[in-house]
Ligand binder design. Structure first.
Ligand code: FAD
Length: 302
């Protein structure tokens, strides 16, 4: 069996695997797609000590670094079930079963898409999901934020300090964000809030030129010319495949303690699939290291 079996090959999983392998213990990593969300990212400018890199390059660096160590890499493999018997038993989509003394879950998350024409086609060409990452690319431009919950309004406040103008589109009749955030938002001069707005299309060919929405009260169609659209309607953790034995919060994130330990002894988790406060590459790598050291501590006590 593996001493440490990591599920997920993004920044969190790569970091966890390297930390485990450096202890000289038997380490494996299973990944549906090695690199994770980083593969979908164009420019990365907040991975401290690397002023500027690109997603596919960072993903290749992650894999290369893992390969420097004695880690059994199982890429293009999807885990579908995890059970705890004497050992953990991880079943893959192809029904192979991997056994391990400890498991680190690092299956990440995915942004919820609005699913309108133009969204997929214009990803990284004006359609963005992460204001901390991509906000500065829109300096002095006009952007929209889709979603009036806490993350949407936080994004709008953040962006208003960088871009020329922010239009917030909320589907419901009122914003869902906390009042303090709404007060802050409404104090800003370069923000317009449109409620009852159903986004129907993101327009543009090689870059975003605008957004179309339908006023749900009047059924009128509107178009706002702008250069960027931030989709902020939720980040979904990739944890649906886990059964109820591991404790999750209301939105499906795995609850971990400061050692990266979950509610199941010997089961650890790291990165965007957990209830961490913020989801960033540097944070995922840190929590991957934490979970790995947590697993090592567990192993030497059991
Ligand atoms: P992920 O990167 O999501 O990796 C999850 C891994 O688990 C993948 O290998 C996946 O294939 C695998 N997996 C999932 N389910 C299974 C399964 N059932 N079985 C096996 N494997 C599975 N952060 C920054 O710090 N700076 C940026 O500039 C930045 N830009 C971003 C731009 C975009 C478009 C996106 C989407 C995100 C961006 N982020 C950025 C956020 C950052 O990418 C994430 O916080 C980070 O990748 C999370 O790492 P992770 O390892 O927890 O999860």
């Amino acid at each position: 069996p593996f001493d440490v079996l990591v599920v997920g090959g993004g920044p969190a999983g790569s970091s966890a695997a390297i930390y485990a392998a450096r202890k000289g213990i038997r380490t494996g990593i299973v990944a549906e797609r090695f690199g994770g969300q980083v593969l979908d990212t164009l420019s990365i400018e907040n991975f401290i000590s690397v002023p500027k890199t690109e997603g596919p390059k960072l993903a290749a660096n992650l894999e290369e670094h893992v390969k420097d160590y004695d880690v059994d890499i199982m890429n293009l493999q999807t885990a579908k079930r995890l059970e705890k018997k004497d050992l953990f038993e991880l079943t893959l989509e192809n029904d192979a079963v991997l056994k391990a003394k400890t498991v680190i879950l690092s299956t990440g998350a995915r942004w919820r898409n609005v699913g309108v024409p133009g969204e997929q086609e214009l990803k990284n060409k004006g359609v963005a999901y992460c204001p901390h990452c991509d906000g500065p690319l829109f300096e002095g431009k006009d952007v929209a934020v889709i979603g009036g919950g806490n993350s949407g309004i936080e994004a709008a406040i953040d962006l208003a300090g960088i871009v020329k103008h922010v239009t917030v589109l909320e589907f419901a009749p009122e914003l869902k964000a906390d009042n303090v955030l709404q007060d802050r938002l409404f104090s800003l001069e370069n923000v317009t809030v449109i409620t009852n707005a159903q986004t129907t299309e993101i327009t543009g060919t090689d870059h975003v030129t605008g957004i179309s929405y339908k006023d749900r009260q009047t059924n009128e169609e509107h178009h706002v010319p702008l250069q960027g659209v931030f989709v902020q309607i939720g980040l979904v953790p990739n944890t649906e495949w886990l059964d109820a034995s591991v404790e999750k919060n209301r939105i499906g994130e795995i609850i971990v303690d400061k050692h990266g330990a979950t509610s199941v002894p010997g089961l650890f988790a790291a990165g965007d699939c957990t209830d961490s406060a913020y989801n960033q590459i540097i944070i995922s790598m840190g929590s991957g290291a934490t979970a790995s050291l947590g697993a090592f501590d567990y192993l030497i006590r059991h």
